[in-house]
Ligand binder design. Structure first.
Ligand code: WT7
Length: 661
């Protein structure tokens, strides 16, 4: 490092607030500070601004119907189609030749879809789906990696009014089966495999294994041929080839079906405190309007941009900010199939430079990995096309924020640290990049129109600087409408904590995201993390119960407790404390079996970092496992109060076993 560098590092280290760069503000989509007041004064009417970003087949009668809170309805009686909004209207506006999707495969090939080209593919596949018997309201499961056929299938479903349910390709066969069964989904679109670090992964074998345990009959399976000759498993029996189906229907014209604003656009399963994943229901009008609005206001997306969100479409981030939001705004959205370190650790920066990417959105876990690898990798490439950076999924520590700001953004790009959830559909707490001062580590103020507060257990707002629980006190268009076929769980999971659930006054209904938070004197919110039994590994939400039940299913295991422990790159890592049955040995063989069972039940992302065998778990006198304590042990932290334990002596034993590993 030169002396100048050292000086700069020292200055950055100290700096707690950053103003948006002038060059950015000059061109930003939103620059008026007055937007906060304007939204507050005209609530819920302010949300017409979001709806105005879309083209409606029939305009809505009312912005918000609160009469059945918390079953809110947005843009009541409006009709629209998401596929039309993401494709056709851009073609009709004369932009058919502009690029919609730019795809980069891991081995290096690329595919470019213009809006015209995307429409052709989507129409052909929509016709194919109809041919297979898919009708409006049938749930189509998409078990696909980061290949263009995934957004094509999503938009084809949307076109004919069939909700999709995407299952992250990294999830296991069991996870696929649970989700298909829960959604009663009779249609599956999957592929033969995909590339990861140069290796061809057999995805179809996993899909087929999952299909065997789906409770109901699955009518049709469509398989994308991604691997060609590299595939181990290829479509068999009645399975249809995606490419052939599209070819058969090439040139088909499939009119986008007008959908009610409140009709389901898709289902997205996410983890909660019980073993059973929750099917979060998102709608056509409110969700799409909110995804488009936040893409414009926060990500500053314009039609001319090349925009890259390096998440996976199998998660909500990819739904809202790779597919629906960006395409609704008519931009170029970039998709990358592989990992950031293949063939080398500069892959992301090479892609940014090659495609002159304007906006880059990723997770803190990736930024921490880049930081660990070192700035020599971004330095190899010209990143000057970038104008805005974003992060999502977990808290970002100021050190990683500043590294991102300096080494990727060259101190010329604002960073938006966006807090939101699968359930919120879109961003909720973040700075507006052309308006607000940035404070590394703090997500920022709630977006205009969003009423977020930090309260104590009783629901009273806490003073600035004090930690409390985050609540959202008013509905918003992108909110989940319910949990699929489970209204009771919807109410008990998200509303029961702080609402008067007997009330028919909408003001008495308060949404509880189950995150801890802290507010500062400027109204900025720092997210402290989950307050339920959910852990966040590399920006992915995992329920501890799901992992525990996989572990307890292992022969020889009597009891298990899973917690999150600090991890340098992943943020949190899975720690499993396991009590064996009397006859079983807590040995390497059992440990391997436990890890394998977790991977089978959920996927490699849930793989325990440590499996600690222990004769007992620390329990309170009432028999409740003291998770806090297990978390402290996992993170190697000073232990909290152990005086309420029934078995305090066990703590030392557990610490001893952690040390052994
Ligand atoms: C949970 C939601 C939103 C898409 C990715 C994750 C945590 C999310 C932030 C952030 C601190 C964050 C919260 C939240 N989270 N963004 N910017 N700062 N924490 O979606 O799987 O539904 O998880 O992720 O704990 O509740 P998800």
């Amino acid at each position: 490092m030169t002396d100048d560098d050292t000086e700069l590092e020292a200055r950055l280290e100290e700096q707690e607030a950053f103003e948006p760069p002038e060059s950015f503000v000059e061109q930003a989509n939103v620059t008026d500070e007055g937007i906060y007041e304007a939204f507050a004064e005209n609530w819920p009417g302010c949300w017409e601004r979001a709806a105005d970003l879309l083209e409606w087949d029939e305009s809505y009668d009312e912005v918000l119907d609160e009469s059945e809170a918390p079953f809110y309805e947005w843009f009541v009686d409006g009709k629209l189609n998401a596929s039309h909004n993401c494709i056709d209207r851009h073609v009709e506006a004369g932009r058919g030749d502009e690029v919609a999707i730019e795809w980069v495969g891991e081995p290096g090939e690329t595919r470019t879809y213009t809006y015209d080209g995307l429409r052709e593919e989507v129409e052909a596949f929509a016709a194919g789906l109809r041919d297979l018997g898919v009708e409006a309201d049938d749930v189509v499961t998409l078990y696909l990696p980061m290949i263009p056929e995934l957004p094509i299938a999503m938009l084809a479903c949307a076109r004919i009014g069939a909700p999709h349910s995407a299952v992250f390709a990294g999830f296991s066969a069991d996870a696929l089966a649970t989700r298909m069964t829960s959604a009663d989904s009779e249609y599956l679109v999957t592929c033969d495999g995909y590339y990861r670090r140069g290796e061809a992964l057999d995805h179809l074998a996993k899909a087929n294994e999952g299909l065997e345990s789906v409770d109901h009959g699955v009518s049709e399976v469509v398989v994308v041929d991604r691997l060609g000759a590299d595939a181990d498993t290829t479509a068999g029996g009645d399975q249809r080839d995606f490419g052939e189906l599209v070819d058969e229907h090439a040139g088909a014209s499939v009119e986008p079906v007008p959908r009610d604003a409140e009709d389901m656009l898709f289902l997205m399963y996410t983890s909660g405190t019980t073993g059973q994943p929750k099917g979060v229901k998102h709608t056509t009008g409110g969700y799409l309007a909110y995804a488009a609005w936040t893409s414009r206001a926060v990500l500053d997306i314009e039609a001319e941009d090349t925009y890259w969100c390096a998440a996976d479409i199998g998660w909500i981030t990819g739904h809202s900010y790779i597919v629906y939001g960006p395409l609704a705004l008519g931009t170029t959205t970039l998709l990358y199939e592989g990992t950031p370190d293949h063939p080398e650790r500069d892959r992301m920066w090479e892609i940014v430079a090659d495609n002159e990417v304007d906006i880059f959105y990723t997770a803190p876990t990736a930024i921490r990995a880049f930081m660990k690898w070192g700035e020599e990798y971004p330095e190899r490439h010209d990143l000057s096309s970038l104008r805005l950076l974003g992060t999502v999924g977990e808290p970002i520590n100021p050190r990683a924020w500043k590294w991102y700001y300096r080494h990727i953004g060259s101190e010329e790009c604002p960073i938006v640290d966006t807090w939101w959830q699968t359930e919120t559909g879109g961003m909720m707490i973040t700075t507006l990049p052309g308006v607000n001062t940035m404070k590394p580590g703090s997500a920022g103020p709630p977006l205009p129109g969003i009423d977020a507060r930090v309260v104590d257990v009783g629901g009273t707002e806490v003073e600035a600087g004090r930690a409390g629980y985050l609540t959202i006190d008013r509905p918003w268009p992108g909110m989940l409408r319910t949990l699929y076929r489970n209204d009771d769980r919807f109410v008990s999971e998200y509303w029961a904590e702080y609402s008067d659930t007997g009330s028919d006054d909408p003001d008495d209904w308060i949404y509880f995201p189950e995150d801890g938070a802290k507010l500062d004197e400027d109204g900025y919110i720092t997210i402290l993390g989950r307050v339920d039994d959910v852990i966040n590994v590399a920006g992915h939400r995992l329920g501890t119960m799901e992992i525990e039940s996989a572990i307890v299913g292992t022969e020889g295991v009597a009891e298990a407790a899973v917690v999150g422990g600090d991890h340098e790159v992943k943020g949190e890592a899975v720690f499993a404390y396991v009590i064996t049955e009397e006859a079983a040995d807590g040995d390497e063989a059992l440990r391997e079996e436990i890890v394998a069972n977790v991977e089978d039940a959920i996927g490699p992302i849930a793989r325990p970092e440590e499996v600690v065998f222990t004769p007992e778990l620390p329990k309170t006198r009432s028999g409740k496992i003291m998770r806090r304590l297990l978390e402290d042990i996992a993170s190697g932290e000073e232990l909290g109060d152990t005086s309420t334990l029934r078995n305090p002596e066990v703590v030392e034993k557990i610490q001893g076993s952690v040390g052994e590993r």
